[in-house]
Design a protein around this ligand. Structure first.
Ligand code: MLT
Length: 263
């Protein structure tokens, strides 16, 4: 498992496959790159797939400051620069989508295409940001078991597969309470990306789990309407993590899109 030192903190990332076309997978909160295990296997036959962990989640080093989208985009950019990757299909799921918006603002030339999964462009309301601060403090005080109890039911469909529940809880348990808090505080600081949607010129796919209660399909429909030429794929039988709950449909949607870019 490689790590890179961007000069400030070590980033752990997965790097599989040897295709000339690259897919970058940006994970959701409070998980890590391991949430993409099925996609790393399914896509690496044809593509090089890179999936980083955010600070204090998975195996990346914690940083002292909140994991703002600025910091994370700087880390991803440094990672890709270090690997000499200047074009990629970027896939962001939920928090990964927030990060993809920031990356697009900084480096739109990187994007061969963009896939926005179970995410939305808005910033937090003041109440939402205050809720994240409370969550951050609780995470540090009560630990990752509490984080898993709070988050797992929200991430999955109403009647989830017990094996996926166990997997999600394990992924959460591989982070650190401070990393969870840093991610919440970083998301609370993010700006409204709605104006960014109109500036996106690369091919864009929006994917949403039909049973996603955190970013419901209606949010995805709104987003599709704001990105020129974007298409929407709804994944049945999945909540907020369709890549884990309905991987066959998710992978097909993504591969059809990626293969279309490679023609
Ligand atoms: C995620 O899945 O990354 C989170 O639901 C994002 C958020 O808390 O806004």
């Amino acid at each position: 498992m490689p790590t890179t030192d961007t000069g400030e903190a070590k980033i752990h990332y997965q790097d599989v496959g040897a295709g000339k076309d690259v897919i970058v997978l940006l994970h959701a909160f409070p998980l890590h790159s391991g949430m993409w295990s099925r996609q790393l296997a399914a896509f690496s036959h044809r593509y090089r797939v890179i999936a980083p962990d955010y600070p204090g989640l998975g195996k990346s080093a914690l940083r002292p400051e909140p994991s703002s989208m600025d910091i994370l985009a700087g880390q991803v950019k440094a990672l890709l620069d270090g690997l000499r990757i200047d074009r990629a299909l970027v896939v962001g799921l939920s928090m990964g989508g927030y990060l993809a918006f920031e990356l697009y603002r900084r480096r739109s030339a990187l994007f061969r295409g963009l896939v926005l999964c179970d995410t939305h462009p808005g910033a937090d309301t003041p109440e939402g940001a205050a809720g994240r601060e409370t969550f951050a403090r609780n995470a540090v005080e009560k630990g990752l078991h509490w984080v898993a109890d709070e988050m797992t039911p929200k991430l999955l469909r109403p009647s989830p597969d017990p094996a996926v529940v166990r997997e999600v809880r394990a992924l959460i348990g591989q982070g650190t309470p401070a990393g969870v808090a840093a991610a919440q505080r970083g998301m609370a600081r993010r700006i409204d990306s709605t104006p960014t949607l109109a500036t996106i010129t690369c091919p864009t796919l929006v994917v949403v789990g039909e049973e996603d209660s955190l970013t419901p399909p209606v949010e995805a429909e709104k987003m599709v309407g704001l990105v020129k030429g974007a298409r929407l794929v709804r994944i049945p039988g999945a909540g907020h993590l369709p890549n884990m709950e309905a991987p066959a449909a998710f992978d097909k949607a993504l591969l059809d899109f990626a293969n279309g870019l490679s023609k």
